[in-house]
Design a protein around this ligand. Structure first.
Ligand code: FAD
Ligand code: NAP
Length: 472
C-alpha cells in the first residue's frame, strides 16, 4: 500500500469517473488541468463511444453544438487520462470494486430513463417516449432496432421543452436537410419515406410557461418544408400569466414575443406544418391494436399555494386523429446498485456533489456525483461545467484535508481483470471508430456515418491491452 499522501507524484490521486458525457469530461478536465495534486483519471462508459448525449441526444441538424467534443478531446489527450468504454458500472464492474481501487469515484451517468404520462392507451404501438425516438435517430446501439411508423399524416408530440422541439423538427425536416447530417442511416431511410405532414406539439400550460430556449423556438421558422402554426387564441395570455410576464426573465418574454409573431404570420402553404398548441393535455390515447387518435383536455391555469401556475382541465375535450404519439416530458435518473439514491428527485443522494449516506446524512468517503444524475435532467451542455466544478472543488478540498484514504486494492489490477473479461474500448479504440465514421461520411458531405451496432463498433475499435494503449 502506498504511504505518501494521495496527490503526490509517488502516490497520484486516482479518480474513477463513471460516464463520459459533458459532466464526466468537464470533471476530468478540471482534475487534470492542475499540477497539484497529481491526478490520474480513468473514465468508464457503458457504451463503446464517449461523449454521452452530445453523440446520442443533440439533434443531428445541430453540428455546431457537437463541436464541444473538441474540448473533451483535448482533455482525453492529457497524459493522466484513460477511457474504458463498453464497461457498465453496476454489471461489468461494481461500485464496491471501484471504491476498493480508487481514492475517489465520481458518478456522471446522466438520466437516461423516460417519464410516463400515466394515461390509458400509452402502451399502444405508435406511442413512444421521445427518449427512444431521439436515441434511435442518433444511432444509439441499444435503440437501433426500434421501428417508428411514419405512415400517418399527423404526429403528436407532448411537452414544451427543447427535446419536444428537436423531435418535432426532425419529423419536419426535408430529406435533403437530413441527408447532410450525422443522423443514423436507418432513421434517414425511414424519414425519407415519411408521410407525416403535420406535427402537433402540445403544451399543458401556456406560452408564458414554455421551457424552450429562444434560438430553438425561433429556428422553426427556417425549416425548408414546414410552416409554424400558432392559433391567435392560444397566445392571448390569461390575467395571471400577463401579470407574471412583467417580472419574467428575458427568455420567457422573448418566447412569448416569438409565439405572437408566429400567430400573426399567415401560412405560406409549405407542405408540412408544426402546430404549437397550448393549454392542452393528453387524457387518453385510443386505437384498435395501435394508436389511431388522442383525446386532449383543454386546460386553464390556476395558481397553487406556492404561487406557481399549474394546468387544470376545464372539462372540454377534443379528439385528434394520429398514428404517432411521442411523449417528451422529461428524462429521469435510475439508481445504480450500491449507490445511495434519492427516489423523490431521481438523483444520486448528494450535498453539492458529495454523495451522502442515507442513514446518517454524512458524506461517504471518496464518492461524488455530477451532471444530470446530481441535479436532475435539466440544463444545457455548459451547465454541466459549473456543476462539475462544484463537485471537483469539493473532491480536491477533501484530498487537501486528508479526508481521502488510500484504496485497499489497485486500479491497474482491476483494469487488467476487466480487460480480460470484457472487450473494453480504450481511447485509441474510440479514435479508430471516429476516424472510420468520418471517412464514411466524407464522400457524402456528411460529418460522419455512425456505426450503430455494438458488434460493429467493437470490431472497428482496436482491441489493445491497457498497457499498450491508453498510455499515460
Ligand atoms: C435529446 C437531447 C438533446 C439535447 N440537445 C442539447 C443541445 O442541443 N445543446 C445543449 O447545450 N444541451 C443539449 N442537451 C442537454 C445536454 O445533453 C445535457 O445537459 C448533458 O448531456 C448532460 O450531461 P451528463 O454528463 O450529466 O449526462 P449524459 O450526457 O447523459 O452522459 C452520461 C454518460 O454516462 C454513461 N453511463 C450511464 N450509465 C452508466 C453506467 N452504469 N456505467 C457506465 N457508464 C454509464 C452514458 O452512456 C453516457 O455516456 C440535450 C439533451 C437531450 C436529452
Ligand atoms: N438545443 C438545446 O439547447 C437543447 C435541446 C434539447 C434539450 N436541451 C435541454 O435538456 C433539458 C431537458 O429537456 P426536456 O425537453 O427533456 O425537458 P424540460 O425542459 O424539462 O421540458 C419538459 C416539458 O414537459 C412538460 N411536461 C412534464 N410533465 C408533463 C405531463 N405530464 N404532461 C404534459 N407535459 C408535461 C413540461 O411542462 P411543465 O413546465 O408544465 O412541467 C415541460 O414543458 C433542458 O434543460 C433542455 O433545455 C437543450
Amino acid at each position: 500500500m502506498a504511504s505518501a499522501r494521495p496527490g503526490t507524484p509517488e502516490n497520484p490521486l486516482r479518480v474513477a469517473i463513471v460516464g463520459s458525457g459533458p459532466a464526466g469530461l468537464y470533471a476530468a478536465g478540471q482534475l487534470l488541468g492542475r499540477d497539484d495534486p497529481v491526478v490520474l483519471v480513468d473514465v468508464f462508459d457503458r457504451l463503446p463511444t464517449p461523449w454521452g448525449l452530445v453523440r446520442a441526444g443533440v439533434a443531428p441538424d445541430h453540428p455546431k453544438i457537437k463541436s464541444v467534443t473538441r474540448v473533451f478531446e483535448k482533455t482525453a489527450r492529457k497524459p493522466g487520462f484513460r477511457f474504458h468504454g463498453n464497461l457498465e458500472v453496476g454489471s461489468d464492474v461494481t461500485h464496491e470494486q471501484l471504491v476498493n481501487a480508487y481514492h475517489a469515484v465520481i458518478y456522471a451517468v446522466g438520466s437516461a430513463g423516460d417519464r410516463r404520462l400515466g394515461i390509458d392507451g400509452e402502451q399502444l404501438p405508435g406511442s413512444h417516449a421521445a427518449t427512444e425516438f431521439v436515441a434511435w435517430y442518433n444511432g444509439h446501439p441499444d435503440y437501433a432496432d426500434l421501428q417508428f411508423d411514419l405512415s400517418c399524416r399527423r404526429a403528436v408530440v407532448v411537452g414544451n421543452g427543447n427535446v419536444a422541439l428537436d423531435v418535432a423538427r426532425m419529423l419536419a425536416l426535408s430529406t435533403e436537410e437530413l441527408a447532410a447530417t450525422d443522423i443514423a442511416d436507418h432513421a434517414l431511410e425511414a424519414l425519407r419515406s415519411s408521410r407525416i405532414e403535420e406535427v402537433v406539439v402540445l403544451g399543458r400550460r401556456g406560452p408564458a410557461q414554455v421551457a424552450f430556449t429562444n434560438p430553438e423556438l425561433r429556428e422553426l421558422a427556417d425549416l425548408e418544408l414546414a410552416d409554424v402554426i400558432v392559433h391567435l387564441a392560444d397566445v392571448q395570455l390569461d390575467a395571471r400569466s400577463t401579470a407574471a410576464l412583467a417580472d419574467a426573465d428575458g427568455t420567457t418574454k422573448r418566447n412569448v414575443e416569438t409565439l405572437a409573431q408566429y400567430a400573426a404570420t399567415p401560412s405560406s402553404g409549405r407542405p408540412r406544418r408544426i402546430v404549437l398548441r397550448f393549454l392542452a393535455s393528453p387524457v387518453r390515447i385510443e386505437g384498435d391494436g395501435r394508436v389511431e387518435s388522442i383525446t386532449i383536455a383543454r386546460n386553464e391555469l390556476v395558481a397553487g399555494a406556492d404561487g406557481v401556475l399549474r394546468a387544470r382541465p376545464t372539462g372540454r375535450t377534443e379528439q385528434l386523429e394520429t398514428g404517432l404519439v411521442l411523449r417528451s416530458i422529461g428524462y429521469v435518473g435510475t439508481p445504480l446498485p450500491g449507490v445511495p439514491f434519492d427516489a423523490r428527485r431521481s438523483t444520486v443522494l448528494n450535498q453539492q456533489g458529495r454523495v451522502v449516506d442515507p442513514d446518517t446524512g454524512e458524506p461517504l468517503c471518496g464518492v461524488y456525483v455530477t451532471g444530470w444524475i446530481k441535479r436532475g435532467p435539466s440544463g444545457v451542455i455548459g451547465t454541466n461545467k459549473k456543476c462539475a466544478q462544484e463537485t471537483t472543488e469539493l473532491l480536491l478540498e477533501d484530498c487537501a484535508q486528508g479526508r481521502l484514504v488510500d484504496p485497499a486494492g489497485s486500479a491497474d489490477e482491476l483494469l487488467t481483470l476487466l480487460h480480460e473479461r470484457t472487450h473494453v474500448v480504450d481511447y485509441a479504440g474510440w479514435e479508430a471508430i471516429d476516424a472510420h465514421e468520418r471517412s464514411l461520411g466524407e464522400p457524402q458531405g456528411r460529418p460522419r456515418v455512425k456505426l450503430v451496432r455494438r458488434a460493429e463498433l467493437l470490431e472497428r475499435a482496436r482491441p489493445l491491452s491497457p498497457s499498450a494503449t491508453n498510455r499515460r
